[in-house]
Design a protein around this ligand. Structure first.
Ligand code: ADP
Ligand code: MG
Length: 294
């Protein structure tokens, strides 16, 4: 990647994190006494991209309501608008139609209540892992000793103790992805968006990180919107699975996952409710995947 591009990405990321961090201290990430059932609401969202004279209808008539403290997964074929939906919620792009609100307040531009774990890890290559993880705290003006302490706590938590002085290029994909995730968790935003965060990882690493993510989330109960193309991952993690379809991209159905928590991610595939849901959603997902490649 060109240095110029890296600088640009770093700049974009800095403004996103700066905006998010500004509200972090005021926001209480733990679930309040009566969590709102309509905390994150997308009403009649449409998004059309115009590129080189061609219009792409990425999302159409999309409605979604997410309760505060819910873990919601979005599953759908490639190109159905999953990343577009997250970018809209993050305020990085604007809808062509419709509104998005969080806690009743519209999302306008980059929103400080939201942490975004993007698909690419975006760790800054010239910073050590510790300095990458602590970056949001640095932007928020947290003193260096406290930054270090909090970054070391989170690195320890996810099995990265001892790697604080390593540079991203010296770490495996799984380690970089842990760093990417805790860089958001460290400042506790009430809403966390995750775009296929475990996508490039091998099956064993994925399941270990799913387990880790769930145990951390059990404590914070932040509102999570997690994109995956893997139905098994979608059911294992979620309170609610949202199935998206293609041509045009839209929400097709939402299924509640009635499996008790805390969950045993390593055994959940044997749970009768898991099997039932998998079968039920797979029929529709399979049809959408076929449609996407037609
Ligand atoms: P997914 O994440 O589900 O794979 P995306 O949200 O990335 O899908 O893309 C949905 C559709 O919108 C695709 O057809 C994609 O090519 C198009 N698209 C996404 N971003 C842009 C953009 N910035 N400009 C033009 N088209 C875009
Ligand atoms: Mg995507």
């Amino acid at each position: 990647m060109e240095v110029e591009q890296l600088e640009r990405e770093a700049g974009n990321m800095t403004s996103t994190i700066a905006a998010s961090t500004a509200g972090a201290s005021a926001a209480n990430p733990s679930a309040p006494a009566s969590p709102a059932a309509d905390y994150l609401v997308l009403s009649n969202i449409a998004k059309t991209f115009i590129a080189r004279g061609n219009a792409t209808n990425a999302l159409s008539a999309t409605n979604l309501t997410i309760g505060q403290g819910q873990f919601v997964t979005l599953v759908g074929p490639s190109g159905c608008g999953k990343s577009t939906l997250l970018n809209l919620v993050a305020g990085l792009i604007e809808p062509s139609e419709g509104t998005i609100t969080i806690g009743g307040a519209p999302v306008r531009g980059t929103d400080r209540r939201i942490g975004y774990v993007t698909q690419a890890d975006n760790l800054l290559p010239w910073r050590t892992l510790r300095d990458n993880v602590a970056f949001p705290l640095e932007l928020a003006g947290v003193p260096v000793a406290e930054r270090r302490e909090r970054a070391d706590f989170w690195m320890h938590r996810v099995g990265l103790a001892g790697f604080g002085d390593a540079y991203p290029s010296e770490l495996s994909g799984g380690m970089r992805q842990r760093g990417n995730i805790i860089r958001t968790l460290i400042y506790g935003p009430p809403v966390i968006l995750m775009d296929e965060p475990f996508g490039p990882l091998d099956a064993q690493t994925r399941i270990v990180l799913q387990d880790l993510l769930l145990s951390i989330w059990e404590e914070s109960r932040s509102t999570v919107l997690f994109v995956t193309h893997d139905l098994s991952e979608a059911i294992s993690l979620a309170d609610q699975v949202v199935l998206m379809g293609t041509k045009p991209g839209r929400v097709i159905r939402c299924e509640n996952v009635g499996i008790e928590r805390p969950r045993d991610i390593f055994q959940i595939h044997e749970h009768p409710e898991y099997r039932r849901l998998y079968k039920q959603i797979w029929n529709d997902l399979g049809a959408q995947v076929k449609k996407a490649v037609e």
